[in-house]
Design a protein around this ligand. Structure first.
Ligand code: ATP
Length: 320
């Protein structure tokens, strides 16, 4: 392959820039030309691509967000939209596309490959860590660290006022942000979509801890369980504890990527280009037990949930 394109799609995630940098620089190192696509699949449909050079990706490894911009693209959900994208790629003589994004973006990449014969590689870029074939996605580590920093701030004020904090975090249907931030932040309770919440038991624990003189706790709620306000409502009828809710929202998406995310992004970008160079296509790259792996793109989308229940139990035992 001589000419490839790279795009970022779906929700932005810290480390996407490090991955773009890796794809661009490694492809050039391998003697390929690389085109950057503007605003995800929109840039393909609307023929908005530009040739990237080594210097195009200078000074971005430390920046959150994505210099290529990202967007949802409704047109790309239709076969006509996908065919138009494939036509644009043919016109530029581009032979492969690296798609950095979440599961929706992977579905788009799969359709581009299956319906239009365009060779693609998926790179997992989402803070949610909800792509099950890989241990980690680009952006997850940074998002967890952002949540940790918020937990530290909230603990100060909650302890001073003897209140219980209910913090809602992102993750869609995946509880990893809540579980890892909860464990690392010493939170007392983590509500995740993978485990049915028992509000009676939770209220009982809160009452007990209150009786023992502990007047401040932190409850993390993954958005897949419900809202922080919903949890507050459920608990208020069962305990006299005073709650305050916080929704961290898009703060979790931004910020300087951590070392983990920069290194992961760099490794996965190189792997994506390596596969295209060898003509191994329609794969998703990822990481398992610190080894870079690649799997069939369709299998990546249907992989069984890999929530770490034993780690969740550890988090619960340590918070007792
Ligand atoms: P995040 O996990 O951060 O939300 P994502 O990649 O899952 O990221 P989506 O909004 O679900 O984000 O998908 C991004 C884009 O991928 C969509 O706007 C659309 O263009 C394309 N896409 C999503 N689902 C499909 C599908 N089933 N077929 C074709 N294209 C799709």
């Amino acid at each position: 392959m001589r000419r490839i394109a790279v795009l970022t799609s779906g929700g932005d995630a810290p480390g996407m820039n490090a991955c773009i940098r890796s794809v661009v620089r490694y492809a050039i190192y391998c003697g390929m030309s690389v085109y950057g696509v503007d605003r995800g699949f929109n840039g393909l449909v609307n023929d908005n691509l530009q040739l990237m050079e080594r210097r195009s990706v200078s000074d971005i490894i430390q920046r959150g967000g994505t210099i290529l911009k990202t967007a949802r693209c409704m047109e790309f959900l239709t076969e006509e939209g996908q065919k138009e994208a494939a036509r644009v790629l043919r016109e530029h003589d581009i032979q492969g596309v690296v798609v950095i994004g979440g599961d929706g973006s992977f579905r788009g990449a799969r359709d581009l490959a299956q319906n239009c014969g365009v060779p693609v590689i998926g790179v997992p870029g989402t803070i949610d860590n909800d792509l099950n074939y890989t241990d980690y996605t680009i952006g997850f580590d940074t998002a967890v660290n952002t949540v940790l920093s918020a937990i530290n701030n909230l603990r100060d004020t909650m302890t001073s006022h003897d209140r219980v904090s209910i913090i809602e975090v992102m993750g869609r249907n995946c509880g990893d942000i809540a579980m890892y931030a909860g464990l690392a932040g010493g939170c007392e309770y983590m509500l995740v979509p993978e485990v049915e919440p028992d509000y009676q038991a939770l209220a009982h624990k809160l009452n007990q801890s209150n009786r023992k003189g502990k007047t401040s706790d932190i409850i993390l709620v993954a958005e897949g369980v419900g809202t922080a306000d919903m949890v507050k409502e459920k608990l208020e009828g069962l305990t006299d504890v005073s709650f305050r809710t916080t929704v961290l929202g898009h703060i979790q998406r931004g910020g300087m990527p951590t070392m983990q995310d920069r290194v992961l992004a760099s490794r996965l970008g190189v792997k994506a280009v390596d596969l295209l160079k060898k003509g191994i296509v329609n794969r998703a790259v990822g990481i398992r037990q610190n080894e870079v792996i690649d799997v069939d793109l369709t299998d990546a989308l249907t992989a069984e949930k890999n929530f770490d229940y034993s780690l969740y139990n550890v988090a619960n035992v340590l918070s007792l």
